[in-house]
Design a protein around this ligand. Structure first.
Ligand SMILES: CSC[C@@H](O)[C@@H](O)C(=O)COP(=O)(O)O
Length: 381
């Protein structure tokens, strides 16, 4: 079950609210999400008391973005355990909620494995539930730490690639605090450039299907007092041609073993444009986004989203007889078929560098990815 709670006004300069938090009111533990479908108009909390509510929140993008999906998945397992639901079944439902971001399955597995291990040691349900929650909290904290480190490595890389300073960065989709335990991935790099006085402009793509750039990245940029301009996704080409972009920074939902990057649809055309205009194209993602089990870009499952998200304007997600339907303002003739993939795949040869919490890889090769991930698993620098 899910319920919407208090709303607060939105304004520039206000602190960011947590995108997700665990709470334990007298009625029982809950996972509280900042409902991203309502931003920036209102800051509404969505209180999830069970896994179906969280799965619905994930599918409708109330909670979204690769690292946060992993954290939410881990807390979802903890929620199931704490409320006495079948943890294995909950883990399966959560991991299946969206297919492309590898972090979701990763987070779910971590909490589920902690729960399993506690059960195998003979712990009772309360202790096993506490083990799952501890693991979710650990993942949350690790992601915050990774975010800080990526911001540092990313800014150092930008300074190296653009020695003139005064960075004008173009970004796609939303990759800030709203998708992370910390300040995000690509956005965190732009934010650290801003704090260092080296961000001249953040160009914010509007981003389909739910205007993640206009509604979410612009919201975060305003909150942080950054110099930003919103642009239609299709305007990026002429902006690059005019020499107004120094670097493109994006996040990732899954990075295959060969260095192919799945990210929000529109990332691949940006990479092609960046290559043509000799502008660095940098991917910022924690090592939890690297999936060595997926060989190449063609093996990544790309989520297909419902057509009404683009045939209607900001269609609220309504479930009619178990089927998601629209309810927004129509912008296409009734019955129009829409092609609405959530992601696309950028091949490694178009990527200048991948920045992780372990450092930057450049140029990207399959070997480099594997080596970085092995080092990361050993916990060494
Ligand atoms: C750190 S965020 C990287 C990606 O998850 C982000 O760019 C993105 O594509 C999110 O897609 P979304 O469909 O909004 O979940």
């Amino acid at each position: 079950m899910a319920d919407h709670h208090a709303q607060t006004p939105v304004g520039a300069g206000l602190p960011m609210l947590p995108s997700l938090r665990w709470d334990e009111p007298p009625e029982g533990p809950v996972l509280v999400l900042l409902d991203q479908t309502r931003l920036p108009v209102e800051e509404a909390e969505l209180v999830c008391t069970d896994v179906p509510a969280l799965v619905a929140a994930i599918r409708t993008l109330a909670v979204r973005g690769a690292p946060l999906l992993g954290i939410a998945g881990a807390y979802g397992v903890a929620l199931a355990a704490a409320r006495g639901f079948d943890v294995e079944d909950a883990a399966e439902q959560l991991a299946r909620a969206r297919p492309t971001a590898v972090n979701l399955g990763y987070g779910v597995r971590r909490a589920r494995d902690a729960h399993r291990a506690a059960c195998a040691r003979g712990s009772g349900p309360a202790v096993a539930a506490a083990a799952a929650l501890d693991e979710a909290r650990k993942l949350h904290a690790e992601d915050a730490e990774a975010s800080t480190r990526m911001a540092g490595f990313g800014l150092a890389l930008l300074d190296e690639l653009l020695p003139g300073g005064g960075h004008r960065i173009l970004t796609h989709c939303n990759t800030g605090a709203l998708v992370s335990g910390g300040e995000g991935t690509a956005f965190a790099v732009a934010l650290s450039a801003h704090r260092a006085g080296r961000l001249r402009r953040l160009w914010v793509d509007e981003t389909r299907p739910l205007l993640q750039g206009a509604r979410l990245t612009a919201y975060e940029a305003a909150r942080n007092g950054m110099a930003y301009t919103l642009l239609t996704d299709n305007a990026a080409g002429s902006l690059l041609a005019a020499g107004e972009v120094d670097a493109v920074l994006i996040g990732a939902d899954r990075i295959a073993a060969d260095g192919s990057v799945a990210n929000k649809v529109g990332s691949y055309p940006l990479a092609v444009l960046a290559k043509y205009h000799h502008v660095p194209f940098v991917v910022v993602a924690p090592t939890t986004t690297i999936d060595l089990a997926t060989r190449d870009g063609a093996s990544i499952e790309v989520e297909q989203r419902p057509g009404h998200e683009v045939t209607e304007l900001m269609a609220p997600q309504v479930v009619v007889a178990g089927v998601e339907a629209g309810g927004g303002m129509p912008v296409a003739p009734l019955g129009t078929q829409a092609y609405n993939p959530a992601f696309d795949i950028t091949p490694p040869e178009l990527v200048t560098a991948i920045v992780t919490e372990r450092g930057a890889l450049s140029p990207v090769t399959g070997d480099g990815i594997a080596e970085l991930t092995v080092r990361s698993r050993r916990g060494s620098d």
